[in-house]
Ligand binder design. Structure first.
Ligand code: L34
Length: 295
């Protein structure tokens, strides 16, 4: 039996339609245009591609959107000053600094400089803290997107054994946290695996829902999962180029083999990636509404 493919691309489209309507209502009813700035430092090809996609989507939804490109060798102080400028810009409701930052720039200091009210990535410690205790906050985009995919696909999370592979601040830690919370798309029993895990297969084989954000191609093979598992593949690995120079992408799981065993699986591309971008848009609309006292 083959798995149902959870199309992040399709679900993202659905959410973007909802957002587009909301944006036009905010414009007409309240004169409010959500504003987003994406700051890109340097020219990492993957980052360029993601930021371009974010700007394109913001534009399609009718946002006021600014792409701010900075040189690889920008000083930390100059970057902090730039963030401060956008913190004080009334037209901007959301600030995103694309990661990773070049070596020599302290990521922690940069992310902490973003006003928590404009932190549409949900990376600021204030938002992370609020998330952990279940307060209203900006949820980080990738985990938020995963929750939406599970909910909109009708996957039962309550009581499920969830295994997360990866412990990054961007994906592993927050998704584990969200899925253990007593709420829609949560109430799961959560295990987090990482490079220090002794017997990865022991854990992955027990998973009803397996969320893989390891950052390495095909680390999860078919023999490591049980029949009927739901697989969310967060990895986007560039494993080569087509003759035309387009990047060849693959996820962190062996999709072709695992799709024969799983009940649901997300593809790469077209899975989690487009959801990440769309949840950024949702957070920016939320930031604009909160700024205007509408929410
Ligand atoms: N600040 N930095 C900040 N926020 C983020 O949320 C991110 N992330 C991660 C990297 N750095 C960040 C992203 O935006 C990863 N990420 C991201 C966003 C979009 C996609 C992948 C990763 C995406 O759209 N992927 C497409 C393929 C795109 C391609 O051809 O490269 C997909 O279908 O999976």
């Amino acid at each position: 039996m083959g798995a149902k493919i959870i199309s992040g691309k399709e679900i993202a489209k659905e959410i973007r339609e909802e957002l587009k309507e909301e944006v036009s209502r905010l414009k007409e009813g309240h004169g409010l245009t959500p504003g987003l700035v994406t700051i890109l430092v340097g020219e990492n090809p993957a980052s360029v591609s993601y930021v371009t996609a974010k700007q394109k989507t913001a534009h399609e939804l009718g946002f006021y959107s600014v792409q701010d490109n900075q040189p690889e060798d920008i000083s930390e102080d100059a970057l902090l000053e730039l963030i401060d400028k956008y913190n004080n810009d009334e037209k901007i409701h959301g600030i995103l600094v694309q990661l990773p930052l070049p070596r020599g720039v302290n990521e922690e200091r940069v992310l902490n400089a973003i006003s928590p009210d404009k932190d549409v990535d949900g990376f600021h410690p204030v938002n992370v803290g609020r998330m952990v205790i279940g307060e209203r906050c900006f949820l980080p985009c990738t985990p938020h997107g995963i929750l939406e995919m599970l909910i909109r696909s009708g996957v039962e999370t309550s009581g499920a054994e969830v295994v997360v592979v990866g412990r990054s601040n961007i994906v592993g830690k927050p998704i584990a946290n969200l899925m253990l919370q007593k709420r829609e798309g949560g109430n799961s029993t959560v295990t987090i695996c990482h490079t220090g895990t002794k017997d990865l297969t022991y854990h992955t084989k027990r998973a009803d829902i397996l969320i893989v954000a390891a950052g390495r191609p095909k680390v999860i093979t078919a023999d490591m999962v049980k029949e009927g598992v739901v697989v969310i593949d967060v990895g986007v690995n560039r494993i080569g180029k087509t003759p035309e120079g387009k990047a060849i992408l693959c996820g962190d799981v062996d999709f072709d083999a695992i799709k024969e065993k799983a009940s649901y699986i997300t593809p790469v591309p077209g899975g989690v990636g487009p959801m990440t971008i769309t949840m950024l848009m949702k957070n920016t609309v939320q930031a604009a509404k909160q700024f205007a006292g509408l929410d």
